[in-house]
Design a protein around this ligand. Structure first.
Ligand code: PMT
Length: 401
């Protein structure tokens, strides 16, 4: 993502202590960040820390000659390409909803024409109070975006909705706000992760897919404004911001979930590593050593799983369907044969014999294989970079649809 100018507005709640971590995440993503604090926020976070991390002086006062000299409050409101309010207290949400401008932060929020993203943090009863609910609804209706609040243990001792989302999650939401919504109105179905095929009630046959590749695609599609459904096999990856996730275990369960979501989808991207075979007769209890025959050998009979990609390609209509191919040799040749056999619009081939790409790692080196035999080889990229390149190609296909 291109570096952008972000104003981080911090209001006075305990969650303000997470602001430096959030600021670091935004700086790491390359953004230029200025901080503005309400008078109460200073009680929870040190302006000096924010100044050191942002490399910019911190704004606190509306009518301070020194502060206004560097950049006045209207200049600050105009400078921002995004205003992020984190944490956003119930008081600040109320001021925003009703147009109050009695300190620097609320004044800048009234003056800015930049998109605004808020990360609320407060006591569960304050969040669920009809006054706050109405204020949040007013702000949403004006196009203000929300990330969180999340449920959990609150600093006040209560449990429930009210925790500020984690800084990494807020940084994801920032990226989503800043990305052009080129896939708005599109429903994208992505599969990710490996499947697990039961041998008995505790053991499975699975593979090394972490889900990182498919999750990166789902995250990028959501950033581009698509409605994204992620059918996830075995994966410990966190659900990307704005994505609806359906967890499945086996290939059969993945098939069921994909077929249920397929009709409503315009784009389908199948990055999951689906097991081609499953044990024919999984035991419904844990197999014990005593169950083994005298030979000490256990023979597993495997049956073939349905090929989900081939099945959906048979009735794809004008949908765009992208498959992946995990190959260890003759990568392009094998992917071309796979594409011809399955009938998708594009195959993303990756060489899984490489240690720096493919399964588990954060990067991938892929080749786009097209039906007309053309191939496009990409350099080693972060999986988010591969996802962006892939969706650029998918968007081109979409314009031809
Ligand atoms: O998850 P990561 O750790 O980030 O790793 C990423 C990845 C290597 C798993 C990913 O980049 C990848 O290559 N995914 C596809 C893995 C795979 O199963 O490839 P395949 O060549 O066996 O299958 C070809 C295509 O058919 C795939 O789109 C697959 O989802 C689909 N398929 C396969 C078998 C089956 N029974 N049903 C299917 O739909």
């Amino acid at each position: 993502m291109d570096p952008r100018r972000i104003l981080l507005a911090i209001s006075g709640g305990i969650a303000a202590y997470k602001a430096p971590e959030l600021l670091r995440a935004l700086r790491k993503a390359g953004h230029d960040v200025r901080c503005a604090l309400t008078p109460e926020a200073e009680r929870f976070v040190s302006p000096l820390v924010l100044q050191s991390l942002s490399g910019r002086s911190v704004r606190r006062n509306l009518f301070d000659a020194g502060e206004e000299g560097e950049i006045d409050h209207i200049g600050l409101a105009d400078w921002a390409e995004l205003v992020l309010v984190a944490p956003a207290t119930a008081n600040l949400l109320a001021k925003m909803a009703h147009g109050l401008a009695d300190d620097l932060v609320s004044t800048v929020l009234l003056a800015t024409r930049a998109p605004v993203l808020v990360a609320p943090a407060m006591n569960v009863n304050m969040w669920s109070h009809p006054a706050t609910a109405t204020n949040a609804a007013i702000l949403r209706s004006r196009g203000v975006s929300f990330v969180g609040p999340d449920a959990g243990e609150l600093a006040c001792g209560w449990e429930g909705l009210g925790r500020m989302s984690e800084p990494a999650r807020i940084a994801e939401a920032v990226a989503a706000c800043l990305t052009s919504k080129s896939l708005a109105g599109e429903r994208v179905l992505v599969t990710a992760g490996g499947t697990a095929e039961a041998i008995d009630s505790v053991r499975t046959i699975t593979n090394r897919s972490s889900g990182k590749m498919g999750f990166a695609i789902a995250a990028e599609a959501a950033r581009r404004g698509a409605e994204v459904v992620l059918v996830a096999g075995i994966s410990t990856q966190p659900t990307p911001f704005g994505v609806r996730r359906i967890d499945v275990g086996s290939a059969l369960a993945m098939r069921e979930a994909v077929l249920a979501e397929f009709e409503a989808a315009g784009i389908v991207i199948k990055a999951a590593a689906v097991a081609d075979f499953r044990p024919a007769a999984p035991a419904d209890r844990k197999l014990k050593k005593e169950d083994l025959p005298e030979s000490g050998r256990l023979t597993l009979e495997l049956v073939q799983n349905p090929d989900i990609l081939a099945e959906i390609c048979l009735r794809k209509g004008d949908r765009i369907v992208v498959g992946f191919a995990a190959e260890s040799h003759d990568v392009v040749g094998a992917a071309q044969r796979k594409l011809a056999r399955k009938g998708c619009d594009l195959i993303v081939a990756n060489d899984i014999s490489r240690r720096d790409a493919g399964f588990e790692v954060d990067q991938n080196a892929v080749v786009f294989v097209w039906p007309d035999q053309q191939v496009e080889e990409l350099p080693l990229l972060d999986k988010s970079g591969v996802a962006a390149q892939l969706l650029d190609r998918v968007e081109k296909l979409r314009t031809r649809r």
